[in-house]
Design a protein around this ligand. Structure first.
Ligand SMILES: Cc1ncc(COP(=O)(O)O)c(C=O)c1O
Length: 284
């Protein structure tokens, strides 16, 4: 039997159901998180739980438990489901109430759900690099909130998929923001450059681990917006996310990056990132 979490309880996954008037279902009125699990242990759980609470606070949903309580429940879920390598997906919505745009009264309890999924590390793609496409960033101005409203991201990813790409790199006018479900980095003359974590992008947990290992290993970093022109002239390009880790980008549209091979700093960051995983979760 596989288990899921529904409002603080571990229950049979097939019985984890929500009402058709759940505001997450009707409006996308909620937030979510994805935590990577290696060797049955959560990687950067604290950072993900903090971001979960921050997202929820920023749309005025009161978080239904402490981070510690949720963490120990998630550990139970991993254990019950015998998950070794995969993810936990969790989401919090404003709860069930008659459909009305304005928020319901405070008696309406937020709905928290979580489940696990086995997912392998994308080793082949990490070795060879992936193809991406460019697309305009049509999303709202609070991309720092990990909101369930993902239509802009979905349209971008679908475009990439239709064009045989792994990811869509989004830009607002001349500036690159982020991928549809990842952060984007370029390397130029040995400097790693990535958009600052403001309202236009999600402050990626993987991004922050990468910036930390850059700092510890004297790899220079500039956290600032970079342009389409800088992207085209970059020595190396890569993306980062919980599931994709440090993923080399070897093609953007029809144009090859680094002659179609992952670059040396990207490789180095992959090694340093793996080391971080192993330090916290054991050998890969
Ligand atoms: C829009 C967006 N940006 C960036 C990321 C990367 O964030 P993280 O490294 O925390 O997974 C994600 C992850 O899903 C995302 O959806």
């Amino acid at each position: 039997m596989t288990f899921a979490i529904l409002n603080g309880k571990l229950i049979n996954r097939s019985e984890a159901k929500v009402d058709i008037e759940d505001r997450g279902y009707q409006f996308g009125d909620g937030v979510y998180e994805v935590i990577r699990v290696y060797n049955g242990k959560m990687f950067t759980a604290k950072e993900h739980l903090e971001r979960f609470v921050k997202s929820s606070d920023s749309i005025g949903i009161s978080f239904p438990s402490t981070q510690e309580q949720l963490k120990s429940l998630l550990e139970k879920l991993i254990h019950k489901n015998k998950l070794q390598l995969g993810i936990i997906y969790m989401q919090l919505t404003r709860g069930v109430a008659p459909r009305n745009h304005a928020f319901p009264s405070e008696e309406v309890m937020p709905a928290l759900t979580a489940y696990t999924k086995e997912i392998a590390r994308p080793v082949e793609n990490m070795k060879n690099g992936v193809k991406t496409i460019l697309t305009e960033d049509i999303r709202w101005l609070r991309c720092d909130i990990k909101s369930l409203n993902l239509l802009g991201n979905l349209l971008a990813k679908q475009k990439a998929t239709e064009e045989g790409g792994y990811e869509a790199i989004q830009h607002r006018a001349e500036n690159i923001t982020e991928g549809s479900s990842s952060n984007i980095f370029i390397v130029k003359n040995g400097v790693v450059i990535t958009h600052e974590s403001d309202n236009l992008i999600l402050k990626g947990i993987t991004k922050d681990v990468i910036l930390k290992v850059c700092f510890e290993n004297n790899i220079p970093v500039e956290e600032r917006a970079f342009t389409l022109e800088e992207l085209a002239g970059a020595d190396e390009v890569f993306l980062s996310s919980t599931v994709s880790e440090v993923m080399p980008i070897v093609q953007i549209g029809d144009k090859k990056v680094t002659e179609g091979l992952p670059g040396p700093i990207t490789r180095k960051l992959q090694e340093l990132f793996e080391q971080e995983i192993e330090n916290h979760c054991g050998n890969l």
